[in-house]
Design a protein around this ligand. Structure first.
Ligand code: PMP
Length: 407
């Protein structure tokens, strides 16, 4: 089991008081805090190595390039990608998904084709497909969802047909915490010849991920939810598919030759990395991966499951609380309390030094499905403890009292 109290000391930002109370940070699903080794790696890069990559023939340029490419190899190993050629650095999960929507989907889909999406997606794995469908005449279809927020898999063979060209699905829901059995969906998609994109923004920071075992064609995630800086994301893609795709953005670094009459593209992965990339951010991601690897992703997952189960048990003891989503879940709890609007709840909790998320979580269709305009969400990572959960419970009691409900 991981020692969250010890790990917490690695995160300088957590060592502060907010509104007079020690900070309890329960919003890691929005963005996670950064451990000291990541902050140091980024600082060291700027203090010692800063230069552009893949261009300069000088010591700093070579060191910057070596570190940037080393980060790519770390990402490949972390998600068990077969080669670093299949790892494309982007600015976030959203851009990774859009890259596929533009470079793969728009060039291939036509009227009559279907894109199968789940109704529990973050907007970033829904809106790009709505745009692609609008541009190509393809149709969006949706998985069915069970009452507790899991994807129905017993009717997959009727949902996925020879018309299905793409299945886009989240690995872990950022609202319901649902862990989607991606490998079974991939198997059904394979039978129909469809391509599968997985949104791993909420899985990679929290559990071991092996893209080859999942069998998916594309896998997208963001660095900032796993201890890395903002501005760095990853797209893994199956090499044959990436090879066959045209670039997403054009410019420097993504070409092998340019003439006024036309250009040729650089080889993978550079074909998809136009312009100066997020160099320090990628190096920070490499450091975050080292940090998580030293802890062990199996242990991170086991710890979060235990902490989330504990939090659920404690919150369920509060009268008037509704918790959404299945019992087996990722490291977050989404809930509402009586008639207190989640924004009001978050405001009162903030007065007690507790940071949660309130709103629609960039998943308005999920809110519609739940029949509520918004929810509160507490999300956990390696630095959260049972004490944090107790502070949350205490804060919720205080909020109920403040709004005139007796706990
Ligand atoms: N997918 C899921 C499931 C998410 O939770 C998020 C971030 N909330 C994203 C995609 C988008 O991530 P980003 O904003 O870093 O692109």
């Amino acid at each position: 089991m991981i020692d969250a109290r010890a790990l917490r000391k690695d995160f300088p930002v957590l060592d502060q008081r907010v509104n007079g109370r020690p900070l309890v940070y329960l919003d890691s699903a929005a963005t996670a805090q950064k451990p000291r080794p990541v902050i140091d790696a980024v600082r060291r890069f700027f203090e010692e190595d800063n230069a552009n990559v893949h261009r300069a023939i000088h010591a700093l340029g070579e060191r910057a390039t070596a570190k940037y490419e080393e980060a790519r190899r770390k990402v490949a190993r972390f998600i068990n990608a077969p080669s670093e050629r299949t790892i494309i650095f982007t600015k976030n999960a959203t851009e990774s998904i859009n890259l596929v929507a533009y470079s793969w989907a728009r060039a291939r889909l036509k009227p009559g084709d279907e894109i199968l999406v789940s109704p529990i997606e973050h907007h970033s794995n829904l809106v790009p497909w709505q745009l692609a469908a609008r541009a190509t005449g393809a149709t969006l279809r949706f998985f069915d969802v069970t009452e507790d927020g899991q994807l129905r898999l017993d009717n997959l063979d009727s949902l996925i047909s020879e018309r299905t060209r793409l299945v886009a699905v989240t690995h872990v829901s950022n609202v319901l915490g649902t862990i989607v059995p991606v490998a079974s969906i991939v198997a059904a998609a394979r039978r129909a010849g469809a391509v599968v994109l997985v949104d791993g923004a909420q899985s990679v920071p929290h559990m071991p991920v092996d893209v080859q075992a999942l069998g998916c064609d594309f896998f997208a995630f963001s660095g900032h939810k796993m201890g890395a800086p903002t501005g760095i994301g990853v797209l893994y893609g199956r090499e044959e598919l990436l090879e066959a795709m045209d670039p997403f953005l054009g410019g420097g670094d993504m070409i092998s030759s340019v003439r006024l009459s036309g250009s040729e593209w650089a080889e993978l992965p550079y074909k998809f990395e136009a312009g100066t990339p997020p160099i320090a951010e990628a190096i920070g991601l490499g450091a975050a991966i080292d940090y998580l690897t030293a802890i062990g992703m199996d242990r991170v997952h086991a710890y979060e499951r235990r902490l989330t189960a504990y939090a659920r048990e404690r919150l369920e003891q509060l009268p008037g609380i509704t918790i959404y989503g299945p019992k087996e879940r990722g490291g977050l709890l989404t809930f509402n309390v009586d008639e207190i609007h989640p924004h009001d709840l978050a405001t009162v909790l903030d007065q007690h030094g507790i940071a949660i998320r309130a709103g629609h979580h960039c998943a308005q269709p999920v809110m519609e499905w739940l029949g509520v305009p918004a929810t509160a969400r507490a999300s956990f990572w390696v630095y959260n403890t049972e004490d944090d959960v107790e502070r949350l419970v205490e804060g919720l009691r205080a909020a109920k009292e403040f709004f005139g409900y007796v706990a």
